[in-house]
Design a protein around this ligand. Structure first.
Ligand code: RTP
Ligand code: MG
Length: 151
């Protein structure tokens, strides 16, 4: 069975709007396995590292400032195709281009308030998981429903 993992983070707008439960529920009901979760106030330093690839973009300073305005909910979800499927579940970066049924398509409107982050490749997922979590925070467990989710 695959152990592909993705880093999903509910952003300050998702937290402030009370959407944490709705977002967690979608990953849970899809069949992905939660490996780690924590609620924390991130520093601008940590967020700058997280979004380092975007550091040359004009929106970078505003993005980092916004992301530090409130706590975020950091999660690791595991399962077959977790990275690509996680991105599909989120929808497009711009909620206006996101289909109904996706998280961004259903819950938000503006690109700068798109409520949730998801890793864009297996490589960035591994980097992000290592940035946000200590190895001992990743929980090793077997959900009893696994045999009903995978053939
Ligand atoms: P994320 O990393 O947050 O999951 O978003 P993403 O992959 O869909 O998009 P990315 O290119 O990584 O951009 C990170 C976040 O920056 C904001 N953004 N604003 N004003 C703009 O043109 C613009 N472009 C991106 C968005 O909040 C995006 O999620
Ligand atoms: Mg991204």
């Amino acid at each position: 069975m695959t152990t592909e993992r993705t880093y999903i983070m509910i952003k300050p707008d998702g937290v402030q709007r009370g959407l944490m439960g709705d977002i967690i529920k979608r990953f849970e009901q899809k069949g992905f396995k939660m490996v780690a979760m924590k609620f924390m106030q991130p520093s601008e330093k940590l967020l700058s590292e997280h979004y380092a690839d975007l550091s040359k973009k004009p929106f970078f300073p505003g993005l980092v400032k916004f992301m530090a305005t409130s706590p975020v909910c950091c999660m690791v979800w595991e399962g077959q195709g977790a990275v690509a499927t996680g991105r599909q579940m989120l929808g497009e970066t711009d909620p206006a281009k996101s289909k109904p049924g996706t998280i961004r398509g259903d819950f938000c409107i503006h690109i700068g308030r798109n409520i949730c982050h998801g890793s864009d490749s297996v490589e960035s997922a591994n980097k992000e998981i290592a940035l946000w979590f200590k190895p001992e925070e990743l929980v090793d467990w077997t959900p009893t429903e696994q045999q009903w989710i995978y053939e």
